[in-house]
Design a protein around this ligand. Structure first.
Ligand SMILES: [Cu+2]
Length: 316
């Protein structure tokens, strides 16, 4: 999975679902049409320059034809064509859609699902899992400034505005991992505000969602892991982070209940494993300067840091 995430270029030219394919087709038609018109105009320019003075061409018809009739017909046709091909942005989800809420934060993404079994909210961050072949209907908002949600291989782009809910529909036709990013400048770490969409078979998605809905598993495991949980609480990481089943809710930072199941840390800043996680906690401000999380390297004993990393990494 990791290799795929890294191998997949972020590109609107690699459409992986019906919405993205439609946008690609419209862009192609516009590019070809624009090129033909440009070539035609250049041809006329050459003819005009080479024309002998005094030859009797009635320029009035060129002005009426080329300046009024031609653009009128072409623009009307393009308007009809693009309306016909418009992505479904009506604020009504199709009946079989999966509904996902995404809130932009400086500089990470909060992602919310509903557990179909209980109706409870399931919160995660920076990574969106979706089932292949099913439309996914996003409700998009922002907790602070304007961000923009964009996963080029899967569909269009939509601004995320504070105090409003915007809508966007995407769909993936095959399993895979696609990178997306914030597409509206939102401050210092705008460039490190990436997200990943992982599309998988419906059964695998259902299993994933059911696992995410559970509270963090109480570890039946090595002492170090238990010590990590204690250190997480005594160092007040829970002031900003929720770990369901371990600490009260706090939404200032990403939900960490199942952080070990994600591909990256820090909204695509580093790949996720225990060593990277320890480095992230110790040197947050070096890895992502300005991030709304303090570096803890100087504050936390190294042994505690390693146990916190071991504990969080096994929260799958
Ligand atoms: Cu941004």
């Amino acid at each position: 999975m990791k290799a795929m995430a890294d191998g997949q270029p972020q590109s609107a030219l690699r459409a992986a679902g019906p919405v993205a394919e439609m946008l690609l087709e419209v862009s192609g038609v516009l590019a070809v049409g624009g090129t033909l018109i440009f070539a035609g105009v250049m041809l006329l320019l050459v003819l005009a320059v080479r024309r002998r003075s005094g030859s009797a061409i009635d320029t009035r018809w060129w002005i009426i034809g080329g300046g009024l009739v031609f653009p009128g017909v072409v623009l009307a046709a393009l308007f009809a064509y693009s309306e016909w091909h418009r992505p479904p942005w009506k604020p009504v989800p199709p009946p079989n859609a999966l509904i996902v809420g995404v809130t932009g934060h400086m500089w990470w993404w909060e992602v919310r699902y509903r557990d179909p079994a209980t109706g409870a909210e399931v919160v995660t961050a920076n990574e969106i899992r979706i089932p292949v072949g099913r439309p996914v209907y996003f409700g998009l908002g922002s907790a602070d400034v304007i961000h923009s949600f964009w996963v080029p291989s899967l569909g269009g782009k939509m601004d995320m505005l504070p105090g409003r809910v915007q809508h966007l529909q995407l769909q993936a036709d095959r399993p895979g991992t696609w990178r997306g990013q914030c597409a509206e400048y939102c401050g210092e770490q705008h460039a490190r505000m990436a997200l990943h969409v992982v599309a998988e078979a419906p059964a695998a998605f259902d299993a994933w969602l059911a696992a995410q809905a559970k509270p963090a598993a109480a570890s039946a495991a090595p002492r170090e892991v238990d010590r990590g949980r204690e250190a997480f609480l005594t160092n007040r990481c829970n002031a900003c982070h929720t770990v369901r089943g371990v600490s009260e809710e706090s939404r200032l930072g990403p939900d960490l209940t199942h952080v070990g199941s994600r591909l990256h840390l820090g909204a695509g800043t580093v790949p996720n494993d225990a060593a990277q996680l320890a480095a992230w906690v110790a040197h947050t401000q070096q890895l992502k300067p300005g991030a709304r999380m303090p570096s803890s390297g100087e504050r936390i004993e190294d042994a505690d840091l390693q146990s916190i990393a071991a504990w969080l990494t096994q929260l799958k």
